[in-house]
Design a binder for this molecule. Structure first.
Ligand SMILES: Cc1cc2nc3c(=O)[nH]c(=O)nc-3n(C[C@H](O)[C@H](O)[C@H](O)COP(=O)(O)O)c2cc1C
Length: 112
C-alpha cells in the first residue's frame, strides 16, 4: 500500500466539521488533495470511488445525538475498496453512540 492522494469527505451544515477536516488535511501534507463537500445536494448525486492508494478522511457532525441521515445515506454509496480511512465525528461533547455506528460502518463497508 502506497498512499498517493488524500480524499477529504465532509458533511458540514454550519462549517465546523469542514474547518477541522481541512486542518487535519494540512497536517497530513499530502498532494494531491480532493475535497468532496457532501453538504451540497449536487455533490451527493455523484458517486465516489477510492482505492488502497488513497487516504480517505471522513468528517461528520452530531446533530440531535446522531450522524445526520443524509450523510449516512451518502456514505453507503461510497465505493471504497481496501481504503485506509480516518473517521472524524464532531460534536459538543464525546458521544460514544455516534462513534460506534461509524466504526461499524467502516468495518463493514470500507475495509474489505
Ligand atoms: C441543532 C443542533 C443539534 C446538535 N446536537 C448535538 C448533540 O446531540 N450532541 C452533541 O454532542 N453535539 C450536538 N450539536 C453540536 C454539533 O455537533 C456541533 O456544533 C458541530 O460542530 C456542528 O458541525 P458543523 O458545523 O460541521 O455543521 C448540535 C448542534 C446543533 C446546531
Amino acid at each position: 500500500m502506497k498512499i498517493e492522494s488524500l480524499k477529504l469527505v465532509y458533511f458540514s451544515p454550519s462549517g465546523t466539521t469542514k474547518t477541522i477536516i481541512e486542518g487535519i488535511a494540512r497536517g497530513f501534507n499530502y498532494n494531491p488533495v480532493e475535497t468532496i463537500d457532501v453538504t451540497k445536494p449536487e455533490v451527493r448525486k455523484q458517486q465516489l470511488q477510492t482505492s488502497e492508494n488513497d487516504l480517505l478522511v471522513i468528517g461528520v457532525p452530531v446533530y440531535v445525538g446522531r450522524v445526520p441521515t443524509i450523510a449516512i445515506d451518502w456514505l453507503y454509496t461510497l465505493q471504497a475498496r481496501s481504503t485506509p480511512t480516518v473517521c472524524i465525528v464532531v460534536c459538543w461533547r464525546t458521544h460514544f453512540f455516534t462513534l460506534q455506528p461509524m466504526q461499524a460502518f467502516i468495518v463493514k463497508y470500507l475495509i474489505k
